[in-house]
Write a protein that binds this ligand. Structure first.
Ligand SMILES: O=C(O)CC[C@@H](O)C(=O)O
Ligand SMILES: [Zn+2]
Length: 539
């Protein structure tokens, strides 16, 4: 009975309220409820599935960093032939000095920060990392720890000639406990590979990012990456159970607990989560993984204004409760860029705002019923004006790409100024509106998208080329606006090189000074990822 009811409801819904193409999913024989979906949209974008947006590289002739962005080079030693001989001895065949091979490690994914390192080290074990750091500390050589190099704030590349210490070859899974769901692996494991490994065992990673095909778990933890599943599974500060870290002087700090509960003193691993490689190099991680949901649905909806979108979020939380796993948004400007630059067609009719809602649960019938009830309520109360639903994997990926590939679409629009703000959710879009008004016609595009469920806005502004006058109009306006709402000027991307000097907009000087004390205690010579995270002039 329930299934027939569902079928009737969704068909009625689609006919009366949604202008949609109705097709049946490939699982329609086992599930009676039809899937509402635009099939032409799916065909046209099927080629790009699995192609992680961060894998698409733009040409390597991007702009050089502005001199103002980098402080003067600190008095570290420079790498000598003797140093290279030492590295080659401990890392035979894994000490890279060929400038062509170093090129992609010297420049960030956005091509906005470019270092001039002459050596890239590729250790495979914590012992090798320990030997490298002990040596560099003794010689006063600066080190830039690097994971997948997908960061957006210039934290993952050298600023000058720092030695690049890549974790890419530290890519072994060390253990997985199928009862507790605790995974322990080396820091260089690529997030997508971990996800595939876990999915075969009926588990998933607690985090998911657009950059999953390239980013590494060590970098994710070092930056406390947020991403698309945070609403459901919380931040890495909760799901990371243990870390192994090599300190600046080469000591190995074993905090690799595999326990959910451990109140024996200070939780030192938290110091390294989000410290962007400035306090130690993470070499292994243990992380609590959720069970793979048996039923996943994704809905793509259109709203007339941001107020309706927020009401939809409130309704969604109330009606979907425990099965809600993501609530993301994009504005019509993002849609325009997806259409123009990536040729991704809008799966629904044009609307000022779009929402991606994901549900994950253990009972497809129960989840389907809840979702349909929510959709009916959202449509009858005119909170949403159009929409489409997917339950089948390929179609789910197609809808997700409308959200995940915005970063890539922006790269094709011009030089991108990126802001990653968290403020009380009611106000997140006001910043975009105010910025548009403030800039007038000076920017090429001003777009807003992000994680509504986490109160996290991604405000991105583009110009045909790098434009210092535009930057001067954006900053400090954007930071002052954020501080006036007691928000964070970096919700999930970190401070890196680009945002380090704006830390005071979100943290009191006393707190920043204490961060400086911790850095001085743990890395007295300051060799680990210099010029990042901490401001140039500690107050
Ligand atoms: O490109 C950005 O500004 C945001 C990237 C990422 O955090 C996202 O949520 O898509
Ligand atoms: Zn994000």
């Amino acid at each position: 009975m329930a299934r027939i009811f569902l079928k009737t409801l969704i068909l009625r819904t689609s006919l009366e309220y949604l202008r949609l193409h109705v097709t049946f999913s490939s699982t329609a024989t086992t599930r009676l409820s039809p899937v509402i979906f635009c099939s032409s949209f799916l065909q046209s974008c099927s080629w790009q599935f699995g192609a992680c947006s961060r894998k698409l590289h733009v040409e390597a002739d991007g702009p050089k960093p502005s001199p103002a962005a980098a402080p003067d080079r600190l008095p570290f030693s420079t790498v000598t032939q003797e140093d290279l001989a030492f590295f080659s001895k401990i890392l035979p065949g894994r000490t890279v000095t060929d400038p062509d091979l170093l090129e992609s490690s010297n420049v960030d994914w956005l091509k906005s920060v470019r270092g001039s390192s002459e050596v890239l080290l590729r250790p495979q074990t914590r012992e090798e990392v320990s030997q490298i750091l002990r040596y560099c500390n003794g010689r006063n050589l600066a080190v830039n720890p690097q994971g997948g190099n997908t960061g957006l704030v210039g934290g993952s590349v050298p600023v000058y000639d720092e030695i690049i210490l890549s974790t890419a070859l530290m890519n072994k899974i060390l253990s997985f406990d199928s009862i507790s769901g605790i995974l322990t692996c080396q820091a260089g494991c690529v997030l997508e590979n971990l996800s595939l490994y876990l999915e075969e065992r009926d588990y998933i990673m607690p985090l998911d990012l657009g950059a999953k095909g390239s980013c590494q778990i060590g970098g994710n933890v070092a930056t406390n990456a947020g991403g698309l599943r945070l609403l459901r599974y919380g931040s890495l500060r909760g799901t990371v159970l243990g870390l192994e870290v090599v300190l600046a002087d080469g000591q190995v700090l074993d905090c690799l607990a595999m326990l959910r509960k451990d109140n024996t003193g200070y939780d030192l691993k938290q110091l390294f989560i989000g410290s962007e490689g400035t306090l130690g190099v993470i070499t292994a991680v243990s992380i609590l993984c959720p069970r793979k949901p048996k039923s996943v649905n994704v809905v793509f909806l259109g709203c007339e204004n941001f107020e309706q979108l927020l009401k939809t979020f409130k309704l969604c939380r109330g009606m979907l409760g425990e099965i809600l796993s993501a609530f993301e948004f994009l504005d019509s400007e993002c849609m325009r860029l997806l259409n123009t630059h990536l040729k991704l067609p809008n799966p629904i009719s044009d609307c000022p705002f779009y929402v991606v809602i994901e549900t994950s649960g253990s009972n497809p019938t129960h989840d389907g019923e809840k979702l349909h009830e929510f959709l009916e309520e959202a449509m009858t109360s005119s909170l949403v004006t159009d929409g489409t639903v997917a339950t089948e994997d390929t179609k789910i990926k197609a809808l997700w790409s409308m959200r995940e590939r915005i970063t890539e679409a922006l790269i094709h629009d011009g030089f991108v100024y990126k802001y990653d703000i968290s403020i009380p959710v009611e106000r997140i879009y006001q910043l975009v509106t105010d910025m548009r008004e403030h800039l007038g016609g000076r920017a090429k595009s001003v777009v807003g998208y992000g994680h509504v469920g986490d109160g996290n806005l991604h405000l991105n502004i583009t110009s045909p080329v790098k434009d210092p006058a535009l930057l001067a109009a954006i900053e400090p306006f954007v930071y002052e606006w954020t501080a006036s709402c007691k928000g964070s000027i970096s919700a999930e991307h970190g401070l890196g090189l680009k945002k380090r000097n704006y830390i005071y907009y979100s943290k009191p000087s006393q707190v920043v000074a204490m961060m400086g004390d911790i850095k001085a205690m743990m890395d007295p010579k300051g060799i680990l990822n210099p010029y990042k995270t901490l401001p140039d002039n500690l107050k």
